[in-house]
Design a protein. Structure first.
Length: 674
């Protein structure tokens, strides 16, 4: 079919010749906000060009939350052959920031470039100088008298045949004619790229250190289950370990119907407490506290005591019910029914969870269900809870999470949501896009140097790094990997060091982790034997074999080194021994190390992945990533052992012995050249 001629575009102004393409960072074509925290730079890049040989002027235009005006920053051409431009802004307030890229044909710079070429070739430029003067005079006519004066002065010089205006670079106190002309370019004449939002959150959204415990196992007295008051009274243990988030599994009443027994047995004994994830009983549902754990006053007391210790409380948000939950009788329309009228319980074949009823987010009553679940979150926010670990969010609609998290952030912008989503990568990434602050990862199953390098490179580079914040856990109540089953203490130390340094956020399920509990079910599953999910335990927190001292040391290093507060500066370095994993981080993207501020220095980590044998080898370091001149000596200070070494060059030899330390955490410093 022939295309019909439509004639040139309508309007008095010719179509803009500028093309703005491939703007980054950008999440899903701009459909979702880019993620940052306060003080974390946003490095913007774009491909900007026009037809022909005209010069272009490009600016990054940034609008902070609540502002009407836009702040313009000049963008620099970082690769002229590829027309790539970059600039950076650092958001210093929470909320939704916006940015866009603007571009113009810079007629004066284009004129300058042409005239310089003619001068270099010995071509007469008298007529060209008059053209340049006319450009400056036109710009002067469109501004104030004071701003027009230097433009007219430069135009007069050109009409007098003065070539200095053509090559004058200006100075910090006296802008050149080219800079003056560029400053008069009007936004109405610019080509504009898409407006991209940046959700800027508090630092804990990026950097956090989690500790999970079951309150019912936290009693100081033998034979008595623990309470929320017991947890509050023993918070010094968690604080001394250096954790800033205390996460509790569901604290609600537990159903009696189909209650699971020890080791997930289908029949429970009279003393079996049941799984906390089977939520709801006669005592209440999602807004009630299990009577054995205490009261709402006890929870508020725990929140306050935690805050006094620099810790925030995270509660589990598990949107499911036991058969005894009040909603089952009050709102049967919120559940999916079988043809015989019974409610469908949860299944993950061959597993059956008869003690759990999933909610039906597509029921005819979905709106009241969604609103009720929002009320649940608001209820706990009113009790002082600021963080939610969300159970299996990937089994609920993305639209629901986008709505709920958006509603919560509208009134409580500091709320953090951690997605417990061990599922397909695309699903995990979409949960990050629709609003989840952080997510569990596949870290527990990444073991070799190659696996860890490939996976964390993926997590810390675009597009993932702009939409998905990893939280690395070596174990959870559901997961005791085969790597840790029957493993020696040294293996736990290795996994601790990797989780705490590869990721800005990490957590452990304790005290089983620091006590190196390694007994699996021995049935081919990655599960704990005698799991705390189904019974009450009593832990010997003073066990001399505990990793508590190492945990406290590693967490203190994390807080003291700003390089470990970020993900996007992670760089891996080559090792000739594949049992040695080597990587580094700097304080933030593009930051130069400052030897006068040790907390800002680069950190270089070397981990022995072998829990049994000594491993040594030569490293091949990226000096640029570490910010050092390899020709001059530089110091590496091991923050784990306090040992110091002076290195020169990029090929140091290291050796690590498992019983002594799982690795090195070097702070790298080099005095300025004299």
């Amino acid at each position: 079919m022939e295309a019909k001629a439509s004639g040139p575009p309508k309007g008095t102004r010719a179509p803009n010749r500028i093309v703005i393409d491939d703007v980054t960072p950008c999440v899903a074509g701009g459909a979702y906000a880019v993620k940052r925290v306060v003080g974390e730079p946003v490095r913007v890049a774009a491909t900007v060009f026009a037809d022909g040989h005209d010069e272009v002027a490009v600016v990054l235009s940034h609008q902070p939350p609540g502002a009407r005006a836009w702040v313009d920053l000049p963008m620099a051409s970082v690769n002229p052959g590829l027309d790539r431009w970059e600039a950076m802004f650092t958001p210093m307030e929470r909320g939704v920031h916006r940015f866009r890229v603007l571009g113009w044909i810079d007629h004066f710079a284009s004129w300058q470039h042409l005239v310089r070429r003619k001068i270099d070739a010995g071509v007469e430029v008298g007529s060209d100088l008059l053209t340049g003067a006319a450009l400056l005079e036109a710009a002067a006519a469109d501004t104030t008298k004071r701003e027009a004066a230097p433009l007219l002065e430069a135009a007069t010089a050109l009409r007098a045949g003065d070539l200095l205006v053509v090559t004058d670079p200006g100075s910090p106190t006296r802008p050149s004619a080219a800079a003056l002309f560029r400053s008069r370019l009007r936004k109405a004449d610019a080509a504009a790229g898409p407006v991209i939002e940046v959700l800027v959150e508090r630092e804990r959204a990026l950097f956090s250190t989690w500790y999970e415990l079951f309150p019912r196992s936290w009693s100081p007295e033998p034979g008595r289950p623990g309470t929320l008051r017991d947890v509050a009274d023993r918070l010094d243990y968690v604080a001394d370990l250096g954790f800033d988030v205390l996460y509790l599994p569901p604290i609600h009443p537990i159903g009696e119907a189909f209650r699971k027994g020890r080791n997930n047995a289908e029949q429970a004994g009279p003393a079996d407490p049941g799984s906390p994830w089977a939520i709801g009983a006669e005592a209440g549902g999602h807004t009630a506290v299990h009577p054995d754990l205490g009261t709402l006053d006890d929870l508020r007391h725990l929140v306050k005591r935690a805050a006094d210790n620099g810790i925030e409380l995270a509660l589990d948000l598990a949107l499911q019910c036991s058969p005894d939950h009040p909603w089952v009788t009050e709102h049967p329309e919120w559940f999916r029914h079988r043809p015989d009228g019974t409610i469908q319980y949860a299944e993950n074949p061959p597993k059956k969870y008869q003690d759990i009823y999933p909610l039906d987010f597509e029921s005819v009553a979905w709106r009241t269900l969604w609103e009720t679940l929002l009320d649940v979150v608001r209820f706990w926010l009113d009790q002082g809870v600021t963080i939610f670990r969300v159970d299996n969010p990937h089994t609920k609609p993305f639209a629901f999470w986008a709505w709920l998290i958006g509603e919560v952030r509208a009134t409580h912008p500091g709320t953090i949501f951690l997605a417990e989503a061990f599922t397909r990568p695309a699903v995990m990434q979409r949960l990050g896009q629709v609003g989840f602050t952080q997510s569990y990862t596949y870290f527990a199953w990444r073991q070799s140097a190659q696996e860890l390098t490939e996976y964390f490179t993926e997590l810390t580079t675009p597009p993932s790094v702009d939409q998905f914040r990893p939280n690395a856990w070596p174990n959870t109540p559901d997961i005791l990997t085969f790597q840790l089953q029957g493993a020696p203490r040294e293996q736990f130390a290795i996994r601790l060091l990797l989780a705490a340094t590869l990721s800005a956020s990490y957590g452990i399920y304790g005290p089983v982790f620091e006590l190196c509990e390694n007994q699996g079910t021995d049935n081919g599953k990655e599960e704990y034997l005698d799991s705390e999910k189904y019974e009450v335990h009593r832990w010997d927190l003073g066990d001399p074999a505990s990793l508590r001292e190492l945990v406290a040391t590693v967490n203190a290093i994390r807080y003291g080194q700003l390089a470990l507060h970020t993900n996007r500066t992670l760089r891996f370095h080559h090792s000739e021994n594949d049992q040695l994993l080597c990587f580094s981080k700097t304080a933030h993207d593009g930051a130069d190390p400052d030897p006068s501020v040790p907390a800002r220095n680069p950190v270089l980590v070397v981990v022995n992945l072998d829990p049994v044998w000594n491993q040594g080898g030569t490293l091949e370091l990226d000096a640029d990533a570490l910010g050092v001149d390899p020709v001059r000596p530089y110091e590496v200070h091991d923050l784990l052992t306090d040992d110091r070494y002076t290195w020169t060059g990029v090929r140091p030899f290291v050796e690590l012995r498992p019983p002594l330390a799982p690795g090195h955490v070097f702070r790298v410093s080099q005095p300025p050249a004299s």
